[in-house]
Design a protein around this ligand. Structure first.
Ligand code: C2O
Length: 547
């Protein structure tokens, strides 16, 4: 195992995209930011210098952070932000996980441009549970705004409506040739006929799930969210913000050029506006004449939920593969958690553009709309036993039972106006949590990608409508369910997850659509220390930012 040390200089960068010059915040002058290539059991040390004008934190999405919660990164959850002009060093060891993860800013909407790939290969002497690919290729999908993203978000929050949609999707930072002024710098991948490539696909978009497809080629999924899957052959990859998908791609077609393309899977089709554009890059076979017009894939329709659900629900884990964990069978803590949009009353004498007059858009889990504390981060409050930062009364079930998927704004529901708070669930070390995530339809219905920090979970089952314990527990896959850190809960439906809380600290859980996180679709788990020093969270590093 090695120590891998990097420096992040985070500062403004001017880029030309879509015929515009735009100032963004970026790491080390590159967009997307640097790709980390490490091995399991390596220790990563990243010195982050904040030379941007914004408060900043960096999150290592999907990393377990075993006994290193101080390096997890969500703003005000595990640390106060790194103020402009200051620095912080993130240090953590990568234990029992390999595959594709990523890093991103976790303060305001900065992650729109502050992100990059984090690739974990097996440690020396170990190999992939599939034939060694000829080459490995990160594919980072993102969103682009012809505006300052912090302004876009602040405007939305002030007016109490959803944020303006993006102006483009990007593939490794480039929109591609369907956009103005963009064609010549589209992402190009050169392949050799007959060779197999490992594409490490990451959805770093703020607010959109995506379909990704390559003309004439099938892909074999071998991992999701850095958990190996049973090989699954597909024409299309469906990927929600926060998720990763590793696929094997064999260049088995005739020598030529083929587009890879991505565009929205819009589960709130017709209700919520979304970016309807398409990003694309090109795969050029070695020896293809440069005059070839690439073949374009036929992407699924924007609202093709059957295709999305088929992909999301057909994946299974590679039983007995590296780092595979059997499903915990004994459950200590059962939760039923509604997730969805809600409303806030508009503060007087402001004009709000919420769904009904005098309201702001909000979002909640079990009728609790999350607000970040100020003054002290939740992890500091946990470690130093400071009261008043969060409350441990996050409800294990909703305050009322409803027909959640038929509930609507018009029925004047008890879940319509969600009180704000910083409510968490306290867990004993090593307890097993089972959580039913139930989407509501109160303000429109949508697929919410729910991300848990600090742990991977098993996805036991998912479906549409209201979860019914009498019949749906029969659908649990307790043998080889996929493991993930981000679950796209089906539109107007539910998913059941299980995880073992074997890491002390404060672990954020939230919708990975930034538009929803920013209005409260979040909660956290506070996992108590275990009985020994080896199961106790160490004190914070000396340079932990103070508020
Ligand atoms: Cu990828 Cu809390 O985030």
């Amino acid at each position: 195992a090695r120590i891998v040390e990097h420096t992040f200089i985070v500062q403004n960068l001017t880029l030309n995209r879509l015929c515009n010059r735009q100032v963004i915040t970026a790491v080390n002058g590159s967009f997307p930011g640097p790709t980390f290539r490490v091995r399991e059991r390596d220790t990563l040390i990243v010195h982050v210098f904040n030379k941007s004008p914004y408060n900043l934190t960096i999150h290592w999405h999907g990393i377990f952070q075993i006994l290193s919660g101080w390096a997890d990164g969500p703003n005000m959850v595990t640390q106060c932000p790194i103020r402009p002009g200051n620095k912080y060093t993130y240090k953590f060891k990568i234990i029992k996980q390999e595959g594709t993860l990523w890093w991103h800013a976790h303060a305001s909407a900065l992650r729109a441009t502050v992100y990059g790939a984090l690739i974990i290969r097996p440690r020396t002497g170990h190999s992939y549970p599939f034939p060694k690919p000829y080459r490995e290729v990160p594919i980072l999908l993102g969103e682009w705004w012809n505006a300052n993203i912090i302004d876009v978000q602040n405007e939305a929050l002030a007016l109490g409506r959803g944020p303006n949609v993006s102006d483009a999707y990007t593939l490794n930072g480039w929109p591609g040739d369907l956009y103005p002024c963009s064609g010549s710098q589209m992402y190009k991948l050169k392949v050799v006929q007959g060779k197999t490539y490992l594409l490490r696909i990451i959805n770093a978009a703020l607010d959109n799930q995506l379909f990704y497809q390559i003309a004439n080629h099938k892909m074999t999924v071998v991992a999701v969210d850095a958990c190996y899957t049973k090989p699954y052959v597909t024409d299309v990859v469906v990927i929600a913000p926060g998720q990763t998908v590793d696929v094997l791609l064999t260049a088995d077609q005739s020598i030529g050029s083929y587009y890879m393309a991505a565009r929205a899977y819009a589960s709130a089709f017709g209700v919520v506006p979304f970016d309807t554009t398409t990003t694309r890059g090109v795969i050029d076979y070695d020896g293809a004449p440069s005059s070839t017009t690439p073949v374009m894939p036929v992407l699924p329709a924007f609202n093709d939920t059957p295709t999305a659900h088929k992909f999301y629900s057909n994946l299974t884990s590679l039983v007995h593969g590296p780092h595979w964990d059997p499903v915990p069978l004994k459950v200590d803590h059962k939760m039923f958690v509604t997730i969805g949009l809600a409303l806030q009353v508009c503060p007087s004498n402001t004009t709000c553009q919420g769904p009904i007059n005098g309201t702001k858009l909000s979002a909640a889990m079990n009728n609790a709309s999350f607000v970040s504390p100020t003054g002290l981060s939740m992890l500091q409050a946990f470690f130093f036993k400071v009261g008043g930062v969060y409350t441990t009364d996050f409800p294990a079930k909703p305050p009322v039972q409803l027909d959640y998927t038929n509930a609507s704004i018009n029925n004047n529901l008890p879940l319509l106006f969600a009180p704000k708070g910083t409510k968490v669930t306290k867990l004993k070390f090593n307890s097993t949590v089972e959580m039913v995530l139930q989407n509501t339809a109160i303000i429109g219905v949508e697929n919410h990608p729910m991300h848990l920090h600090g742990f991977d979970f098993h996805v036991l089952a998912q479906g549409f409508g209201n979860y019914n314990p009498a019949t749906d527990t029969n659908k649990f896959n307790l043998y080889d369910p996929q493991m993930r850190n981000t679950i796209a809960v089906p539109v107007g439906g539910w998913a059941v997850i299980r995880f073992v809380a074997n890491n002390p600290g404060v672990w954020f859980m939230h919708c990975h659509l930034d538009a929803h996180l920013s209005i409260g679709l979040a909660t956290a788990f506070v996992v108590e220390n275990g009985p020994t020093l080896a199961t106790t969270l160490p004190p914070p590093p000396a340079d932990l930012p103070q508020c």
